[in-house]
Ligand binder design. Structure first.
Ligand code: UDP
Ligand code: MN
Length: 356
């Protein structure tokens, strides 16, 4: 067994070297090809779009705004003020609250401001669930919280199983993501939810290798179908109902999700990608207009920005954020630029003070 494993490993490494040598040529081919064929799936394209100085256009109309989409947002109390309050004011106002869940952490009631914020969220009609998971940015805590997110979805399905119109999609977003709901609706309407779809963006410019240790653990525990580089769309993705049904046994509830994470030793979003891609054998449907850390937001034209399905921001060492014009707020008022973006997409929003 060991000899066979090391031979497989050797072969794999050999293939990797060939891949790297041939990589330059392939990248050149991809660059020229991506310009010709923008509609194609599964081809990573992180090339900056041409920058032009026109104003951001209003949100496109959409035939059926997310009527069959369930959305889950993962947050934690320390981000209520800096993140969730911005989302609550903007894109959260555009979703169907019945099919929308915010999953956060339980905290000590003596934090009055946090408690007041939660009360406000609930009073506005949002469904907020607080878990007893470990409050941490590590595997155990995050997988526990994701288990609750998935459980909420399956419970929703169960409660609504006799509805004439069933939910057909599950979408997951972190709390530093602005969702352009009309674009999301337009996007999902192009896919058949009775087929297995995992819709998102390739995680990094050149993929993310499955290391042999983790791959070995997956293989020992599951019937792994293949080993590929592109396997996780990160924390911003949508899954069709057909695929969600196949994922239930891995992710429904804290115990199952944490078990899957413990086996793979991956965090939540990588575990989701690993099960879908490596175990079940379904590719990511790569969407150029969905955001991840490899997206260079500053280089997008205003028109391209207005067509983004999801927008993120980072203000750390490498600043990566949109800068839609005209700036309607100061950087202090609108550090993520999500407020400006929302106002330009929805010009009739009361607090925007934009001219009609
Ligand atoms: N998060 C969490 N608990 C924590 C820290 C972060 O649930 O202790 C959530 C956070 O609300 C967000 C996601 O995990 O939805 C990713 O966090 P962040 O954006 O801070 O880090 P990233 O992984 O993007 O670098
Ligand atoms: Mn983040």
């Amino acid at each position: 067994m060991r000899l066979r494993d090391s031979l497989t490993e050797c072969l794999y490494r050999g293939l990797c070297i060939c891949f790297l040598l041939g990589g330059g040529a392939v990248v050149l081919l991809m660059v020229s090809y991506s310009h010709r064929d923008r509609g194609r799936e599964y081809v990573p394209r992180n090339l900056p779009l041409r920058s032009i100085n026109s104003q951001l256009i209003a949100a496109r109309s959409s035939p059926d705004i997310l009527s069959n989409v369930y959305i889950s947002v993962k947050t934690t109390p320390k981000y209520y003020d800096s993140r969730l309050s911005i989302l609550k004011k903007t894109w959260f106002q555009k979703v169907d609250k019945e099919k929308f869940t915010i999953v956060s952490d339980h905290f000590n009631e003596s934090f009055v401001d946090l408690k007041l914020f939660e009360e406000e969220v609930i009073k506005e009609g949002f469904h907020l669930v607080t878990t007893k998971c470990q409050v941490e940015h590590h595997r155990k805590g995050l997988c526990c919280k994701s288990g609750v997110e998935y459980e909420q979805f399956y419970n929703y399905l169960e409660r609504h199983k006799s509805d004439s119109q069933q939910v057909q999609w599950y979408c997951h977003f972190d709390d530093d993501i602005y969702v352009n709901v009309k674009e999301l609706s337009n996007l999902l309407s192009k896919y058949d939810p009775s087929k297995p779809y995992y819709i998102g963006r390739y995680p990094r410019r050149f993929g993310f290798a499955v290391d042999s240790f983790r791959f070995g653990r997956l293989k020992n525990n599951y019937n792994v179908s293949r080993r590929i580089f592109w396997y996780s769309a990160g924390a911003t993705y949508c899954v069709s109902l057909a695929l969600m049904m196949k994922l239930e046994k891995y992710f429904n509830g804290v115990d199952k999700f944490q078990h899957t994470c413990a086996v793979s030793e991956y965090t939540d979003d990588l575990s989701v990608g690993a099960i879908i891609n490596l175990v079940l054998g379904y590719n990511i449907t790569h969407i150029d207009n969905m955001y991840n850390q490899a997206t260079d937001l500053k280089k997008l034209s205003p028109e391209a920005v207005s067509k983004l399905v999801t927008v993120g921001f980072s203000s750390g060492k490498t600043v990566n954020m949109i800068d839609p014009q005209p700036r309607l707020f100061t950087s202090t008022e609108d550090p993520t630029r999500f407020l400006t973006y929302h106002c330009l997409l929805y010009k009739d929003t009361s607090w925007c003070n934009t001219e009609q």
